[in-house]
Write a new protein. Structure first.
Length: 156
């Protein structure tokens, strides 16, 4: 949505809920044909804060993340609603998408983060750096240094 489109084979969702609501989540997903992949979805979700699923109509992987941290709740509150086939779908802000990409840092995330920086030059970098600093404390990874290197590459 914020840069060059690319094909993906999964849908990532984040829901604002508590761990004691996982059973309700599983039931709601079942109503729309989305089945959890783990044999014990409640135990898996409680351990990983994520519920991998499969949509029976499309065979698409649907990963449902549970929003349990202040960052995730703020990211959800900042999301923008965009109509998709007549339904409002909330997307992360470019800043929050960048934070996610810098934390995950898989090869495709690195490409996506660079594209995002090039296509969205007006992002609020103070906000991004604030959350990267928080994640650095908990993860012990040099996230702001990653951002700095990407910003230099994006300017070339």
């Amino acid at each position: 949505m914020y840069s060059r489109p690319r094909t993906t084979f999964a849908v990532d969702l984040t829901v604002d809920m508590t761990l004691d609501q996982v059973e309700r989540l599983v039931a709601a997903l079942a109503e729309v044909g989305i089945a959890p992949l783990p044999d014990d979805p409640q135990a898996f979700a409680r351990q990983h804060y994520l519920l991998p699923c499969l949509d029976s109509a499309t065979d698409l992987r649907v990963d449902v993340a549970l929003s349990l941290t202040p960052y995730e709740r703020e990211a959800i509150s900042r999301a923008t609603a965009v109509p998709v086939e007549g339904y409002p779908v909330r997307y992360l802000s470019p800043e929050d998408l960048l934070v996610h990409k810098l934390v995950a840092w898989r090869p495709q995330d690195q490409v996506d983060a660079l594209e995002l920086l090039r296509s969205q030059p007006g992002m609020d970098m103070r906000y991004v750096r604030r959350w990267l600093a928080e994640f650095e404390r908990s993860l012990g990874q040099p996230l702001r240094a990653r951002l700095g290197r990407l910003l230099r590459r994006a300017q070339k």
